[in-house]
Design a protein around this ligand. Structure first.
Ligand code: NAP
Length: 313
């Protein structure tokens, strides 16, 4: 095996690329596994209007292309492959993809999280065309329109409250008769005249793929077994996220909800020299700009760690 790398970055959303830009500019020659489908969750978004610096907004995929170009410009080595295994019990650490195993003194994990979806065919067809997994990102496009939120947890209710400030009407469709969301959010939502609840109800289909945009949702109340259709302009799926951490189970301390545990205010994981940035360790803010910020923190912390442990990096 060749000499160990100084920094290996796993994942290629805003956190991973920002870590790469900082690490490359600090002369750490980072190697980045960008995965077989690079770009992270922004690849599923259309217009991004809340990433600073883009006055008119920018679509998610070209934004990620810019991130990647900027990381490459400073010499980040990019490998378009999925990491299949890591070994943090040895030193240097080992990171294995399908065709290579790389040894490295530090690792920055930025594998993100994936929004859970209902699994309907038209849901993926209309993703970014009326179907969204992020009200903060896309709510603005539904000003004075009718929208639907699916789910009954904190995220669903927060999204419904947020959307009620923009939209005309918000239907919350929940599969049970009681919410999982915290009482305070529930009370706020119940008091909100724009929010209407549809209990014990599931979404059976989203229409109309032929028009290339969301026009309605087909629903079913499974207590009464009645089906009906509701006209809506946007559907926000808020049934939870899954952090992409299966690779790290047993090697790093995870939270009960499987997000990576970091020392508060840092990106340090339970293994010194392994850092975690972006949505893989953040279930609160989940924004591109906060992910990018924590990617910067991870690179600076990795640089400091290398200085302390490997005198002349
Ligand atoms: P969550 O608490 O897991 O809730 C997911 C919701 O989606 C549940 O109501 C669940 O229904 C429903 N659901 C799951 N799969 C479904 C499916 N296939 N079809 C229809 N409905 C489905 O997820 P979350 O709301 O994203 O919250 C995640 C964590 O972040 C929680 O710990 C939450 O407290 C925290 N969080 C906190 C805040 C805050 O404090 N302000 C804001 C956001 C999130 P059931 O209820 O029937 O299981």
């Amino acid at each position: 095996m060749n000499n160990p790398r100084k920094v290996v970055i796993i994942g290629s959303g805003p956190a991973g690329f920002t870590a790469a830009i900082y690490a490359a500019r600090a002369n750490l020659s980072p190697l980045m596994f960008i995965g077989s489908q690079p770009g992270g969750q922004l690849m599923l978004t259309t217009l991004v209007e809340n990433y600073p610096g883009f006055v008119e907004g920018i679509d998610g995929p070209p934004l990620m292309e810019l991130f990647q170009k900027q990381a490459a410009r400073f010499g980040t080595e990019l490998i378009q492959d999925d990491v299949t295994a890591v070994d943090f019990r040895r030193n240097p650490f080992a990171v294995t993809a399908r065709e290579v195993t790389v040894e490295t003194q530090t690792v920055i994990i930025a594998t993100g999280a994936s929004a859970k979806l209902l699994g309907l065919e038209n849901e993926s067809r209309l993703m970014g065309r009326g179907v969204s997994t992020c009200a903060t990102c896309d709510g603005f496009f539904f000003k004075d329109q009718d929208v639907m939120v699916v789910g009954g947890g904190d995220t669903a209710i927060e999204e419904a409250l947020y959307l009620s400030r923009l939209g005309r009407k918000v239907d919350v469709v929940h599969r049970r008769g009681t919410l999982r969301a915290s009482k305070i959010l529930q009370e706020r939502a119940f008091k909100n005249p724009k929010i209407n609840f549809m209990w014990n109800t599931t979404v059976e289909d989203i229409l109309d793929p032929a028009q290339g945009k969301v026009k309605s949702a087909r629903l079913r109340n499974h207590k009464t077994n009645t089906g009906w259709e509701v006209e809506v302009d946007g559907i926000f799926i808020a049934i939870g996220h899954q952090p992409n951490t299966s690779l790290f189970e047993g090697q790093l301390d995870l939270q009960p909800n499987k997000y990576i545990k970091v020392k508060p205010g840092t990106t340090q994981t339970s293994v010194p020299g392994v850092f975690a940035a972006g949505d893989v360790q953040d279930y609160t803010y989940r924004q591109a700009v906060t992910a990018a910020g924590s990617g910067c923190m991870a690179a600076l912390e990795a640089e400091r760690y290398l200085e302390e442990h490997y005198a002349s990096h």
